[in-house]
Design a protein around this ligand. Structure first.
Ligand code: ADP
Ligand code: TRP
Length: 330
């Protein structure tokens, strides 16, 4: 039977620093663009942020920054649900249930865990269990689509496996989510050419003052070719970032200037800076407006979290009933 029920899009972001262009193009923009045609759930993955070294005051500030960013990027709380992972305890309850189904061997092959191990970091159990908590975020809310950057692909595969395993054992209960990873913005490069990431000090912030934006753009690493020499646009980080923002004509023009020479990296960086300012300047006003109203941000988050909890409770009741737990109402 055909149904008109809107599909649900869900994504979360860790409040571990200032949101950056990688977050915007990889996750926020594709998610928020869908809010008129899908049910959008956007949340602070604030429990996921706790497995890193963190400072309570920074955590608080970063949470406000993320909320203000979501709103400045166009999230409309009257259409979409904005909430905090930490305010929905059912997420952790489902994470426990899932953790009792996932083999240890599967978990120990997670990239996030193996990378931490390879770097010789102190690994807490939060790092190890990270993909299970993420699966619970997604499966508790019956998400159909999950917009994320390429780095989250394996987590989505693990989520799908967990859902399939559960459904196979206990009957159709969990929706199998689809990842939504765009080819063009799957990995936005940072100023050093590596993946842009809050933890790497290589970001171009989504919102910063002009001086900070300039500093970040000027720090983009290029080769040492002089002004007159022709340059390779395909390997240049400035062009890669500009290509996310420019129109096809503007991108083509920059590439031609690279190839013909007489155009320096300094020129390209200034063009990029102008583009950043033109694209994100007006949104920055919204961002600053919300950062001046933290009480309102908190109220919005709490209201959204209450609604999210209502849905989560119902779903968890059904899940617990499926596995033969009799304590919750059904
Ligand atoms: P970070 O790695 O900077 O801490 P988060 O964990 O908050 O970022 O990620 C939030 C979302 O942004 C995720 O969907 C992630 O895949 C996406 N994302 C982060 N960095 C990039 C990037 N450089 N390119 C594309 N998407 C990214
Ligand atoms: N793990 C994601 C990241 O590091 C953030 C996240 C947590 C998430 N739970 C999620 C993303 C659920 C999408 C869906 O970027």
């Amino acid at each position: 039977m055909a149904t008109n029920k809107k599909k649900r899009v869900l994504t979360g972001s860790r409040a571990t620093g200032m949101p950056h262009l990688g977050n915007y193009f990889g996750a926020y923009k594709p998610a928020i663009e869908l809010q008129d045609h899908y049910e959008l759930f956007l949340f602070l993955a604030d429990f996921h942020a706790l497995n890193e070294h963190y400072h309570p005051e920074e955590n608080r500030l970063n949470s406000y920054r993320m909320l203000a960013s979501f709103l400045a990027c166009g999230l409309d709380p009257s259409k979409s649900l904005l909430y905090a992972q930490s305010a929905v305890p059912e997420v952790n309850e489902l994470a426990w249930i899932l953790s009792c189904q996932v083999p240890f061997g599967v978990m120990s092959r997670a990239h996030s865990f193996k990378d931490a191990q390879a770097k010789g970091l102190d690994i807490n159990m939060g790092v190890f269990n990270y993909p299970i908590l993420m699966a619970a975020d997604i499966l508790l809310f019956d998400a159909n689509l999950v917009p994320v950057g390429q780095d989250q692909k394996q987590h989505l595969e693990m989520t799908r496996d967990m859902a399939q395993r559960f459904n196979h054992r206990f009957g159709e209960t969990l929706v199998i989510p689809e990842p939504m990873i765009s080819d063009t913005v799957a990995v936005v490069p940072g100023t050093d050419g590596e993946k842009m990431s809050k933890s790497k000090n290589n970001t171009v912030s989504l919102f910063a003052d002009d001086k900070e934006w300039k500093k970040q753009v000027l720090s983009i690493v290029t080769d040492a070719k002089g002004l007159a020499e022709p340059k390779n646009p395909d390997t240049c980080n400035v062009v890669k970032i500009f290509s996310l923002l420019g129109t096809p004509d503007e991108i083509r023009a920059m590439r031609e200037k690279y190839l013909s020479g007489g155009y320096g990296y300094g020129h390209a960086k200034m063009e990029l800076l102008e583009k950043i300012s033109a694209t994100f300047g007006p949104m920055r006003e919204q961002y600053n407006h919300w950062m001046g109203r933290q009480e309102d941000l908190r109220n919005l988050l709490q209201e959204g979290s209450r609604k999210a909890r209502g849905l989560a409770t119902e779903k968890l009741n059904r899940i617990q009933d499926r596995i033969g737990l009799i304590g919750r109402p059904y």
